[in-house]
Design a protein around this ligand. Structure first.
Ligand code: SAM
Length: 285
């Protein structure tokens, strides 16, 4: 029994996965840098604007938008995870950014200030709601009239080798865990574009659209480094947990993933293709 709608996700992102994201912050920020570029290109924030970053995690996207919004603009990062937010504050302070703040809240239920933001953005932070329509209704209230929502979500699982390769390595060794509902909270919950566009419409957003982009994910390091990272951040970990895998199993999975990732490795970097949905919508004036 959950005591609040997203309690399980709050725990997952505060402890297990949240701690792994903090440990690998630098590598993940590099890996997903291209996704930030796509968000900036689509949202096109102007100097002086107010931005809300939903599910901001350790704040990489908040920081990029804070630079674009300039000293007269402001970014508010919002996340359910206390540990990731602590790290977000440290990294933003180290970067000398004074126009970004971070608040701990559940985006689905927190009474957000009305008509406050010119942009609501998210990189991979909106696929974990227990009730997506309720969450987007809540988030939408805080968008100004004429404001825009821009969010990046993973496209189809099968077209994202960052996920397929480690998962295959894990299930080859440990077998398949029981199938989950593809719309349950998780990285691929928003892969079905019709489903998401309907959620946005039902939540009252105007003219929702999607643009699916091929975005290379690049990591400095060897195939072994990339395989190690993918065993913490990605599906191998959840298969190992579900199937009761051991540390020795994890080492086997990393080895098999490394072999697969070698074909994406060139001169000290690994670049894996990805399909990312960039969803947009706005609030009519
Ligand atoms: C995959 S991480 C992405 C983090 C960050 N946006 C990035 O790209 O580095 C998903 C984030 O969504 C946050 N999250 C999940 N459910 C949430 C909710 N109900 N309200 C606010 N944040 C939530 C998690 O705590 C986590 O930081």
């Amino acid at each position: 029994m959950q005591d609040s709608p997203n309690a399980e996700q709050a725990d997952f992102w505060t402890e297990g996965a949240g701690r792994d994201w903090i440990t690998y912050e630098t590598q993940l920020d590099a890996l997903f840098g291209g996704v930030n570029k796509a968000l900036l290109q689509t949202a096109a924030p102007q100097g002086g604007q107010m931005v809300l970053d939903v599910g901001c995690g350790t704040g990489a996207t908040s920081r990029e938008f804070a630079i674009a919004a300039g000293p007269n603009g402001k970014v508010q990062g919002l996340d359910i995870s206390t540990t990731m937010l602590e790290q977000a504050r440290i990294t933003a302070t180290t970067a000398g950014l004074e126009n970004v703040t971070f608040v701990q809240a559940d985006a689905q239920t927190e009474p957000l200030p009305e008509n406050r933001f010119d942009h609501i953005i998210s990189r991979f932070g909106v696929m974990f709601f227990d009730d997506p329509v309720a969450a987007f209704k809540n988030i939408f209230r805080s968008l100004k009239q004429g404001g825009n929502l821009t969010m990046a979500c993973w496209g189809p699982f099968k077209e994202n080798p960052w996920f397929t390769l480690p998962r295959r390595a894990a299930t080859d060794l440990l077998g398949n865990p029981p199938p989950m509902n593809p719309r349950d909270p998780g990285p691929f919950a928003f892969a079905d574009t019709d489903y998401v566009l309907n959620i946005l419409k039902d939540a009252g957003l105007n003219a929702p659209t999607v643009n699916t982009k091929d975005i290379p994910l690049t990591l400095q390091g060897s195939a072994a480094d990339a395989a190690e990272l993918s065993s913490y951040i990605g599906p191998a970990n959840s298969v190992i947990r579900a199937q009761g895998g051991t540390a020795a199993d994890k080492a086997e999975i990393v080895k098999a993933t490394k072999t697969e990732l070698e074909r994406y490795s060139r001169e000290g970097t690994v670049t894996v293709p990805s399909k990312i949905h960039i969803y947009s919508a706005h609030k009519d004036i």
